[in-house]
Design a protein around this ligand. Structure first.
Ligand code: ZN
Length: 139
C-alpha cells in the first residue's frame, strides 16, 4: 500500500466564493504512483466546505441562493455573542456541507461523473487563504 500526501492553497475573495478545484486534483492524482485506491480531500477550516456540483453559472447562483434560504445571515446566532465575528451562518453552512470529499482512483485517474466538478466553497464573510490536504491511499 502506498500513501501520498499533497497540499495546496486556494485564495478566496469573499463570502460564497466557489472555486472549481477539479483540474488541480486530477493533476495531483495523475502525478502520483497510485493506480487503484482513493483520494480524500480535506479543507482545514471551520467556515469552508468541499463538495461536487455541475460547475456552471446557473448552479453556482442557485447553490448560493439555497444556502441563503436554508441558513439566513440576518437571524440571530449565539456564535456572534461569543466572538462578534458575524459569521455564525458561515460555520453552520460549512458544517452541513462538510470539509472533506473522497473519490475513487481507477487506472491512475480520478473518477468523477461527466459533469461532476469538485468545488471548494468559502462561507466566511471575508477573503481567506485555504489549505486543501490531499491524501491518496492505494497501490
Ligand atoms: Zn466565527
Amino acid at each position: 500500500m502506498t500513501v501520498e500526501d499533497v497540499r495546496f492553497v486556494v485564495e478566496t475573495k469573499s463570502e460564497l466564493d466557489i472555486k472549481n478545484i477539479t483540474e488541480k486534483v486530477k493533476k495531483i492524482v495523475q502525478k502520483n504512483d497510485i493506480q487503484e485506491g482513493t483520494v480524500t480531500l480535506f479543507v482545514a477550516g471551520s467556515t469552508a466546505a468541499i463538495t461536487t456540483i455541475e460547475y456552471e453559472s446557473g448552479l453556482i447562483h442557485d447553490i448560493s441562493e439555497a444556502l441563503d434560504r436554508l441558513f439566513p445571515k440576518d437571524i440571530h446566532y449565539k456564535h456572534h455573542e461569543k466572538w462578534h465575528d458575524g459569521n455564525g451562518h458561515s460555520h453552520i453552512r460549512a458544517s452541513f456541507i462538510g470539509q472533506s470529499f473522497t473519490a475513487p482512483i481507477t487506472d491512475g485517474e480520478l473518477e468523477l461523473g461527466t459533469w461532476q466538478q469538485i468545488i471548494l466553497c468559502d462561507m466566511d464573510v471575508k477573503s481567506r487563504s485555504r489549505e486543501v490536504i490531499v491524501k491518496m491511499i492505494g497501490e
